[in-house]
Design a protein around this ligand. Sequence first.
Ligand code: MBD
Ligand code: FE
Length: 298
Amino acid sequence: MSQVTELGYMGLSISNVDAWKDYAASIVGMEIVDEGEGDRIYLRMDKWHHRLTLHIDGGDDLAYIGWRVAGPSEFNELVEKLRLNNLDIRVASEEECEERRVLGLAKTVDPGGNPTEIFYGPLVENWRAFHPGRPMFGKFTTGTEGIGHCILRQDDIPAAVRFYELLGLTGSVEYKLPLPGGMTAKPYFMHVNGRQHSVAFGLGPMKKRINHLMLEYTNLDDLGIAHDIIRQRKIDVALQLGKHSNDEALTFYCANPSGWLWELGWGAKKAEGQQEYYSRDIFGHGNEAAGYGMDIEL
Ligand code: MBD
Ligand code: FE
């Protein structure tokens, strides 16, 4: 089937590499890999060569998002399907594949203008144990569920839904949230594997391409320790600890050194087949630091 299987990797534009190394490793627990290229470092979350690439180019935003497909025939089918739907998609050179450490790669842009890559065959360094940047009780939840989920900027919601449905994701509105001024936010959540959602959008206008990246720990204590360190260091928390109604994950949202959010979580339930919607979260998620595009009452 020509559909993506997981949110496999992400490229982030950053400016302050020292702050990012400290944040990713000492707080969140990722493994830093520096191969001496000078313009980038890699972040490991499991045995893959990397899951995140930090490009030191001053952008402080999402650079690209990488969706995995199973193998070459699924890759060819999906590229063909996107072309038949009038999308501009370019199959990348061998050099570009090497750069991403994958066997096959194509590049396009989603309707929100977010650079989007389709790939198969990531380099998995099975011989190199994941070595967290700080002691961890458990691991990051990846495997068949990808690295996590993200909220992306989309100006044309129906166009975004069509695009992600072409990639093989399904989903729709999962919340109706009253906004000040009598408006209602109706965010969309879409999934493609066991993760309750891999991509979401429709929470309102955004300054950056990405509002947040959600990462999940397998062990609650790793979330607690990340939360302790964030609080000790007085790093901005946009949404306090709380539990979402859709994925039932215990999460909080903290600012990263590029000024957007990472949602750190634990305990998400798996995607279900039938549609539901909610008008609030289960508990918590109180608003704290403002200005991160999460000034909504959940
Ligand atoms: C999420 O992961 C989220 O970020 C929001 C805003 C609502 C429900 C689940
Ligand atoms: Fe989220």
